[in-house]
Design a protein. Sequence first.
Length: 255
Amino acid sequence: MTPSDRLKGKRAVITGAASGIGRAAAEMFAREGAAVGLIDIDEAGLEETAAAIAREGGDALQLVADVTSEDQVREAVGEAEDAWGGLDIVVANAGIELVGQDDRADRLDLSVWQRTIDVNLTGVFLTCKHGIGALLDSGGGAVVCTASPAGLYGIAPDQSAYSASKAGVYGLTRSMAAAYGRENIRVNAVMPGYTKTPLTDWVTAEHEEKFKEMVPLPRPGTPEDIAAVMLFLASDDAANVTGAVWASDAGWTAV
């Protein structure tokens, strides 16, 4: 994708920016002209993302924070807001998938359920709570959350916690879209299918081939595929889009 200044002058924060989809979004947003606040618990990963953005002349601010801590999220968002005099875009992307620990309900340990909900749903809520507060102070903006097909369909029967957490993101996205539209804030989500990121390192070659056989587009997604949808939803090109959950899943949820 050739940069086109679609986010020129915009100020964004992105959670989960140390790797995968979050890193791809941060780099893409910076190329498109945004100043980007990088939020993640992984300090080394944040340094790598920030260095990549700096090499291309972009503006990035490293904000080490755990999205399950309200104090840390508040502080990180506030630091970005102070640095640039406000915010225009909030991307609530940080998430985990505890493969090998998550399970169907009767076998699921409460600690695994709670950790998954804490990061994938409460983390999105806290990011949006404090991020939207900054958007309101700036007169409006855009929010993009990361959902999953597992939140809409029973495609992960052995991942009850992950599926429930992403269903919550779906409901939260719709609720916030209805709540903030008249205050000039759009809220949408992107719904990745199987995407090649560190989160899916557990996927075997056999699993990948089965996925390719199931979907209309026989290829796994890339972080850049998902970031491109986030870019659209965060930009003024999506000025009439709110309350939507955009699938970037090779057609998985269409068949």
